[in-house]
Design a protein around this ligand. Structure first.
Ligand SMILES: *Cc1c(COP(=O)(O)O)cnc(C)c1O
Length: 431
């Protein structure tokens, strides 16, 4: 499979090269030259396949022969080695829980797959690879965990001091080994700016093999299709395919679902659930696309004013507005509605949503008001414990701590404090 840049200037690349590069030199996102179609037989008999087999079938055409089959099977198995349960909330709405991975958010899937692919590709390099990543919270933990112990790869994570939740901070700072955390005295934008400067710095790039683990990387984007198929496998009424409702920020997750749909995943409709950052909601209502500055909300992983993956959604639909609207709707949900939804669903249905899942739940409920013959699921993208500071005052109870993170809470944070200054980052990287 070859990948072309959506800006159409840079040359086409292989999966390996696209994974190592991340973004095309012309600043475009990479997109697969063709979209594989899964056999009817496979979809009709999906119940009989294991998670590993489903994931392998879905990703293999995208990777081709660039990773040997046995190695790709191992990578895929390690990527999906936790549960993806579809849990019923009420008669019409279920929750696809994507938070059973090591850092309790769906980003684990993309990060685990990408880190292992990159590890494979750089195995025989004489130079160590340095993955540089700025995080506002969830990405850092998933990337750190995904790359932990991967040989030949060092990871340096920049995060804004005091601006990530305490669980998120521990997930970034307690691993050690090949993972280092830089605690920057500044904002997420400062961190991102420092990373961008590092990639543009000739001297640094001569000395080090720098790469990013950004969410636009094809090796993070494509494996997100896996759990849409796991969801369909668990969907009881195969004669009435589900509505998929996806809490969206950068639109990578929902775009993976739309791609899976193009490959044959049965679905009646997709919904992009947004918070007050409503660029796409507005676009789908009046055809006018106007990126804005992000505003802060309770569902902070979706605070994106210019969603980077939306160009991929446009490409999937050949920029045809009407065909996009037939498949995709969007709702924008306020913080007040988010809080009410968390309280309501918890007291009436005994299901605890995190703020992102709550945005999804209400968006799906709004859609179903006018499509009462349909049923659907939300993708619950994070565990509520990651946002206990939001959730606990609403339900007036403590959120039980999952066993998988109990040990981390006792560990000691290890970070290097740094001013929001590129020269400081540069000398740190050069030492
Ligand atoms: C990253 C994230 C999102 C947004 O996903 P996109 O692929 O950027 O649309 C939603 N919820 C949570 C919890 C996240 O961490």
């Amino acid at each position: 499979m070859q990948y072309y840049s959506l800006n159409h200037i840079s040359p086409k690349l292989s999966f390996k090269e696209a994974t190592i590069k991340g973004q095309a030199p012309d600043k475009g996102l990479y997109f697969p030259e063709s979209i594989p179609v899964l056999s009817k037989d496979f979809l009709a008999n999906i119940k009989e396949f294991s998670k590993e087999e489903i994931a392998f079938k879905v990703i293999q055409p995208y990777v081709g022969d660039e990773i040997p089959e046995t190695e790709l099977r191992r990578i895929v198995a390690e990527t999906v080695n936790f549960d993806f349960p579809l849990v019923k909330i009420n008669d019409q709405i279920s929750s696809l829980e994507l938070f059973h991975g090591p850092t309790l958010a769906f980003k684990d899937v993309g990060a685990r797959f990408m880190s292992r692919c990159l590890g494979h590709f750089v195995k025989n390099n004489d130079k160590q690879v340095t993955v540089l990543v700025a995080t506002s919270g969830d990405t850092g933990g998933a990337v750190a965990n995904g790359f932990y112990g991967v040989e030949g790869v060092n990871v340096v994570i920049l995060y804004p001091s005091g601006k990530v939740s305490s669980v998120q901070e521990l997930q970034l700072t307690t691993l050690g080994k090949n993972i280092s955390a830089l605690e920057v005295d500044g904002t997420f934008d400062d961190c991102q700016q420092m990373v961008k400067q590092a990639f543009a710095d000739m001297e640094l790039n001569k000395e080090l093999f720098l790469t990013s683990a950004n969410s636009i990387n094809v090796a993070r984007w494509l494996p997100q299709q896996f759990y849409y198929f796991f969801a369909y496998q668990q969907w009881a009424d195969k004669n009435h395919p589900p509505v998929f409702c996806v809490p969206s920020g950068n639109f990578g997750n929902i775009c993976a679902g739309l791609l899976a749909h193009r490959s044959g995943l049965p679905a009646v409709h997709f919904i992009a659930a947004c918070n007050a950052n409503n660029v796409v909601t507005n676009y789908l209502s009046d055809g006018h696309y106007e990126p804005k500055k992000a505003v802060a909300t309770l569902s902070n992983a979706m605070d994106v004013g210019s969603p980077s993956n939306f160009v991929r959604v446009l490409e999937l639909f050949n920029k045809e507005f009407i065909s996009m609207k037939n498949v995709l709707s969007s709702y924008s949900i306020t913080d007040a509605e988010t809080k009410n939804t968390i309280a309501d669903v918890y007291t009436k249905m005994n299901y605890l949503l995190d703020p992102h899942g709550a945005v999804g739940y209400l968006a799906l409920e709004k859609y179903l008001e006018t499509h009462s013959d349909q049923k659907g699921m939300i993708l619950e993208t994070a565990h509520p414990i990651k946002f206990y500071d939001v959730v606990e005052p609403i339900i007036k109870e403590k959120v039980p701590i999952p066993d998988s993170i109990k040990s981390i809470l006792e560990e000691k944070k290890q970070s290097v404090k740094m001013d929001a200054n590129f020269e400081d980052l540069k000398s740190y990287l050069k030492q």
